[in-house]
Each structure stands twice: as structure tokens, then as C-alpha cells.
Design a binder for this molecule. Sequence first.
Ligand SMILES: C[S@@+](CC[C@H](N)C(=O)[O-])C[C@H]1O[C@@H](n2cnc3c(N)ncnc32)[C@H](O)[C@@H]1O
Length: 222
Amino acid sequence: MKRTIKSFVNRAGRITIAQRKAIEEFLLDFSFRSKLSFQGENSFLKHRPLYLEIGFGNGLNLVRQAEYYPGRNFIGCEIYESGIGSTLINLKNRGINNVRIAVGDALETIEYLSLKSLDGVFILFPDPWPKKRHNKRRLVNKDFLRKIGPKMKDHAKIFMTTDDRSYAQEIIEVLAEDAFFENIAGERSFAPRPSWRESTKFEERAHRLGNSIFEIIACLKN
Ligand SMILES: C[S@@+](CC[C@H](N)C(=O)[O-])C[C@H]1O[C@@H](n2cnc3c(N)ncnc32)[C@H](O)[C@@H]1O
């Protein structure tokens, strides 16, 4: 049987009582009922411009974007339970209803999306997998671009941020070689930080450690 390499590890991790309770009580309200809900003319996915955040962590960017842009819909993919719990608490407390959470591997969620359905994609501080032998677990690679590309509208962009220099270099290299995507900052270049992006937990960590932060924005070639 072919073993698929995952970009995450399922750690049991610590979860608070409040986070657990939020998952038990609210996750269903913020979930797709079935794989079929990814289709359907009037679904959440076709109603409004649609944005996807992969690996939203504790959801700071996802919640703020959804609050700031009530006219857009957002899908957040995550497997980290305590982050999902915190995000649900925030969504509920702020009365936000334009977010759906897809628990599990984002690559599977992407498969269910309709062609040309996404207006934008956020991947903020993806797990860096810094050891050479683990590099193959990195989410953003040629294969990933091949999967996400057809699901993006022509004007859509992927916003990627990392404080791992080797991952950043790998991404700009992959983009330079890619047949369908281009780097909007120019080949093998980094973009300025988008001012509208919420600072995330891992961005704060990068600042604390004094790490450089690399912004990469990709769009489809015309
Ligand atoms: C380093 S954390 C960054 C979290 C957040 N974006 C931030 O900036 O604080 C990366 C997150 O991506 C999630 N992740 C990694 N691969 C994923 C995948 N294939 N599908 C869904 N989530 C994934 C991990 O569970 C983890 O929470």
C-alpha cells in the first residue's frame, strides 16, 4: 500500500476544558455536513467570494479576516485540536457565521472543492520541517501547486509566509519552475508583508526569535 507523506503529525497535545467543550458544542455548526455540501448551487462555497486558510493554528488570522470581511466566506483547515477549540470560541463569541472549519488534511479538503471556486488562499507559517530528511513533508511543493491551481479563480492569489529561509527559498524556486503559477514579486523574489494580514502566533514567535520573515505571493499565469 502506498504511504502518503503528511505535512503534519497528529500529536495528542494539551487541550483545555473550554476548547474541548467548544469542539463538542459548536464544531458541527461550523462544519460542512457532508462531502456533498462542497457541491450544490446555493452552498456556502458559491454564495460569496471564497477564501481558504490552510493550517490556521489558533485562528487569529482566520477570525479577523472573517470579521473584517463579512461579505466573504472562509474555509479553515486544521488538525490541531486546541487551535480548533480556540477558534470556535472566538467565532461563537464574535457572532461570526462566514467561516467553515474542515478538520483534517487540507489536501483532502482541496480535492472536494469545485474548479475555479477560490478567490484566495492563506498559508501562514506552514510547518517548516527543517531537517533535510523531513523536507519532503513540507506542504508547499510542486505537487501542492498542481492540486490547488485548478481550484483557484483566474485572479486568485496564494499568500504564503514563513520564517524558515530554506523553505522560503524552496518555494520561490518551485514557483520559478512552475508552468501554471508565477511569483508576483518577480522571479525568485519576496513580496512586502500584506498590511491587512493579522499577526499570528507563529509570526510573534518569529519576531521574538529575531527571525527574518519571508512573504511569497503567487498567482496563476494568464
Ligand atoms: C506552524 S503552525 C502555524 C499556525 C498558524 N498559521 C500561525 O501562523 O500561527 C502550522 C499549522 O499547520 C497545520 N497543518 C499542517 N499541515 C496541515 C494540513 N495538511 N492540513 C491542515 N492543517 C495542517 C498544523 O496542524 C499547524 O497547526
